[in-house]
Each structure stands twice: as C-alpha cells, then as structure tokens.
Design a binder for this molecule. Structure first.
Ligand code: HEC
Length: 199
C-alpha cells in the first residue's frame, strides 16, 4: 500500500507532463499553420518538393542584398536540423536539413526616412544625411522563396540536395530548377551552400 502510494505520485506527475506536451504540440501546430502564410500550392517539379510547413517561423541564418537591377533583399532561414549543423560547424549537412531563401523587393520607407531625417541632418549635415536616406531600404513585396532540401539518397546526383522555388505559394517550373545546382557548384567545399551563419 505504501509502495503503491509512492508510485502513484510519479505516475501522476508523468501523466501531467504528457498532457502538457500534447497541449503544447497541438498549440504549436495550430499556430504554425496560419503563420506560414502560404497555403500548400502543389509539388515543385524535378525534385518533388512541397512548400515546407511553417518555414516562415524557422531560425535566421543570415541576410543578403542583391544590387540593381535586381534590387532584392534576402533572408536565409533554417529548420532545426540546419541550425544545429550550422552551430556545430558540421559539414556535410545531414539528411533532413532544409534551408530557405526568402526574398523581397527592396523598398524605401518614407515613414522611416521622415522620422530620422532631422536628426541625421543635424548630426551629419544635409548632404550626407541625404546620401544615408537614399541608401536606406526595407523589405517590400515578396518575390519568391527557394529551398534546398538534403536527402543524400534521393538527390544523390545533385550533391544530395533537392531544389525548389515557389512564387505566391505556387511551385515554379522545371526550367528555373535546371539552373540551381550548376550555380551552387562553386560552393562544393561547403556542401554547395553559400550562406554562412551570422552571429
Ligand atoms: C546565378 C547563380 C545561382 C542560381 C542560378 C541559383 N542560386 Fe541559390 N544562391 C546563389 C548564391 C550566390 C547564394 C548566396 C547569396 C544569396 O542568397 O543571394 C544562393 C543562396 C541560396 C540558398 C541559401 C543557401 C545558400 O546556398 O546560401 C538557397 C536555399 C538557394 N540559393 C536555392 C536556390 C534554388 C532553389 C535555385 C534554383 C531555383 C537557386 N538557388 C539558383 C546562387 C545561385
């Protein structure tokens, strides 16, 4: 009886943990679905990749900007497997790694510029302030999202990576996917991944 009593406490505690875990999981699934913003829009050709669920909530790896006439701003996000490999400096990236490259048209925020103009002019003088403002940008409309998915068996002929591109949640066609691996080839020493982790 005494033993039973002793046992009943840890069992109850464990059950509590399971309930909490299930509730947390349910909550995160419910949260992730709308936050991804882009509903499933089919399977990208060639590599058979669908838009990964919840990618918009993944962890930031780094940012980049591409100059004119492209003028877009980019963020690279990684799923948990990608981030662990990056932080551990692990190469090649393990199967299950997914790296996302988000891009937006570079845009100017008059609201931001107007808010800081006077302070900049006072501190830097009108000419320099104008220069700073002319080169201050924010992310505008999204252009497309690209993914690299690691599966060394499935994608053995392209360095273990599958490539996909989506515009407005819809997969882009075969023609653009033909360009991916060839252009990533110069990064072979880093498992075909250009982006380094920014601390
Ligand atoms: C003209 C060369 C070129 C082509 C074509 C290209 N990429 Fe990239 N890609 C890059 C470079 C350079 C970077 C790093 C800088 C950046 O993001 O702008 C990059 C970054 C990426 C990243 C982030 C991880 C990394 O390697 O840094 C992903 C994901 C990606 N590209 C996917 C694709 C997909 C999918 C395609 C085909 C639809 C593609 N790329 C086509 C050159 C290219």
């Amino acid at each position: 009886m005494k033993l039973l009593k002793c046992l009943s406490r840890p069992l109850g505690f464990r059950e509590g943990i399971i309930v909490v875990a299930v509730v947390t999981l349910a909550g995160s699934v419910a949260y992730v679905a709308p936050a991804s913003g882009q509903a499933s829009g089919g399977v990208a050709p060639t590599y058979g990749i669908t838009l990964p669920q919840g990618y918009r909530d993944w962890t930031l790896i780094s940012v980049a900007r591409v100059g004119g006439p492209l003028n877009d701003m980019r963020a690279k996000l990684g799923n948990d497997v990608a981030i662990r490999a990056y932080r551990d400096g692990k190469l090649p990236f393990p199967d299950g790694t997914i790296i996302a490259r988000l891009a937006w048209n570079q845009s100017t925020s008059e609201e931001n510029n107007n808010a800081v103009r006077a302070v900049l002019e006072r501190g830097l003088g009108p000419d320099t302030a104008q220069k700073v403002l002319a080169e201050s940008f924010v992310a505008g409309a999204p252009s497309n999202v690209q993914f690299m998915v690691k599966d060394s068996n499935k994608y053995g002929s392209t360095g273990g990576w599958g490539f996909a591109q989506f515009t407005d949640g819809k997969p882009d066609g075969e023609a653009v996917l033909k360009t991916c691996f060839a252009c990533h080839a110069p990064a072979k020493d880093r498992d075909f991944v250009f982006t380094r982790y920014s601390r």
